[in-house]
Design a protein. Structure first.
Length: 474
């Protein structure tokens, strides 16, 4: 997990979720006061409408910060370089590799100590083996560089915010560094501070010791020194940041994170799906099925009530009752539960709420759900249609988890506990919906039309070597 120091306590402004929004009557009422969604007419461009029930605006260059090639190139190396992990044994790419669709293909990642890529990844061997699974699914990184994304992590514990002098509310509180360019860059400050993800366990290395002690500034200082001690990186840093005036003492981890964020924003921008081209006015870009599925998405499927806007997310938090698998976040009846948004906001009303994910490239970013509980796109969509029934009939065989008996022992503890499962079921705030087989098929076709063909082959975004000389494979 990314370190959740919770030093500051969070003061995030939360939009109280109005459960009634999802009930049929309110939806009907909303539609009554605003024109109902209708598929655009062929050959007639309709001005994009701001109402969230309507067509989103097309994505344009203005949605992304200007490119900075020097930062991109530096970030590309750092993202794949194990130099940023305490034991020099994994990198950002271990869990977000471009060759595995910027996720890892697993339900739950295994961090430092693990070996292999994607579903071939194992839990490692001997003393260096992983200590636990990471409790949440490694999300994809597509489009996160866009200005639209202000909230990072499944529980939104990092948010762009004017309430904090650094511009971000984060788990590091006042220890956070100023100068982070974007939320996705700010996010890159955190994986390195997590013992399980990247830093390592107490006693294994000095970065791990600082991480375990909660001293994030020391983690960042030590790692910055490691990077700047490599001449090639120093040159690249000076090139990317002329304002440093070639003075190594001015470099801190924010420069490293900004480069990683720039690379992520550029390499994983994905806005040329059939859907994008359709929204831009090419009415033949989506198949008729997908086009009808878009209507289902906006009307009978009610998907747009949460998956709204350009990237199909309102960045709000809802309890959907996705089955709880894995080691959890140390809370609940078994101590293996994950309370989701509550862990960031401190508000019990947020229990089991998770952030609405963007649906861009969703067909290629399985497994799905905040803990990867579902291994087919169809299963996670059907879950939405009747969440209580889906939770109670969950087939745990679909979890994609590198096996090891001591880890397996707790994977389904929470799900199999009827008390915990009832608590989760009672939290569900999405009402059942019914779709005809035809509507469902069309809806799936629409979700597939959100895939940018360029994202399917990202080989060009992967370096063949990194300045530390460490191997690129695990
Ligand atoms: C051991 C696996 C692992 C490693 C290594 C790792 N991550 Fe992650 N990453 C995750 C998981 C799991 C989450 C979700 C955690 C949560 O929401 O609580 C995540 C979340 C993210 C997010 C937020 C995505 C979103 O939609 O909110 C970004 C961006 C990201 N990671 C980038 C990085 C970068 C950059 C690095 C390297 C500095 C990195 N990750 C290293 C597993 C990993
Ligand atoms: C009440 C708000 C809400 C509505 C309505 C809604 N979703 Fe979701 N959706 C979410 C949230 C929140 C999650 C993440 C849940 C979790 O992981 O615990 C999610 C997850 C998903 C995922 C998995 C994405 C991933 O990367 O893991 C897909 C696919 C999805 N929704 C599609 C749909 C479709 C299709 C509809 C309409 C039938 C829909 N959603 C309606 C809030 C909503």
């Amino acid at each position: 997990m990314h370190n959740n120091l919770n030093k500051e306590g969070y003061m995030l402004k939360k939009r109280a979720f109005n459960k009634r929004l999802l009930t049929g009557s309110i939806i009907a009422a909303s539609l009554a006061v605003s024109p109902a969604f209708s598929a655009p007419q062929k050959n007639k461009w309709q001005a994009p409408q701001k109402n969230k029930w309507q067509m989103p605006d097309p994505v344009t260059d203005a949605d992304y910060p200007p490119r900075n090639i020097a930062k991109d190139e530096l970030g590309k190396l750092l993202y794949y370089d194990k130099i940023l992990s305490g034991n020099k044994n994994n990198s950002c790419a271990s869990c977000h590799h471009a060759l595995t669709d910027t996720g890892d293909g697993l339900s739950l990642p295994v961090g430092e100590g693990a070996q292999g890529l994607g579903i071939t990844r194992n839990t490692g061997t001997g003393e260096n083996a992983v200590h636990e699974r990471v409790p949440r699914n490694a999300p994809h990184v597509f489009n996160l560089g866009s200005y639209e994304f202000t909230t990072m992590f499944h529980d939104g514990r990092l948010q762009k915010s004017d309430l904090h002098p650094t511009g971000y509310m984060t788990p590091a509180g006042d220890d956070f560094l100023p100068g982070l360019d974007t939320p996705v860059a700010a996010q890159a400050m955190f994986p390195v501070t997590s013992p399980t993800e990247m830093a390592g366990q107490a006693g294994e290395n000095e970065v791990a010791n600082a991480a375990v002690a909660g001293n994030v500034r020391e983690v960042w200082r030590l790692l910055t020194k490691r990077v700047t001690d490599i001449p090639e990186y120093l040159t690249l840093l000076f090139n990317a940041y002329p304002e440093l005036n070639s003075d190594v003492n001015h470099i801190n981890f924010a420069h490293i994170a900004n480069a990683i964020g720039a690379y992520e924003a550029t390499a994983f921008r994905a806005d040329n799906s059939p859907f994008d081209n359709y929204i831009r006015g090419d009415w033949s870009a989506m198949s008729p099925k997908a086009e009808q599925g878009f209507t289902v998405f906006n009307t009978s499927g009610q998907c747009v009530s949460c998956h709204s806007g350009k990237f199909q997310t309102d960045e709000q938090f809802y309890a959907l009752g996705v089955p709880q698998i894995g080691p959890g976040k140390g809370v609940g009846l078994n101590g293996h539960d994950d309370f989701g948004r509550e862990l960031a906001s401190g508000d019990p009303a947020d229990r089991y709420r998770f952030r609405t994910p963007s649906l861009r490239n969703v067909a290629i970013t399985g497994p799905w759900g905040h803990d990867g509980a579902f291994n087919t796109l169809e299963a996670v969509v059907r879950h939405h249609m009747n969440a209580v029934s889906s939770l109670n009939n969950y087939d745990d065989q679909q979890a994609v988890l590198p096996s090891r008996s001591d880890l397996d022992a707790i994977d389904f503890q929470v799900h199999n506990d009827s008390g915990s499962r009832t608590a989760l079921a009672n939290s569900i705030e999405i009402d059942p919906i019914q779709l005809s087989d035809q509507e469902f098929t069309n809806l799936m076709a629409f979700l597939h039309a959100l895939t940018d063909p360029a994202s399917v082959d990202l080989r060009a975004t992967v370096p063949s070597k990194v300045p530390s000389g460490l191997p690129l494979w695990d």
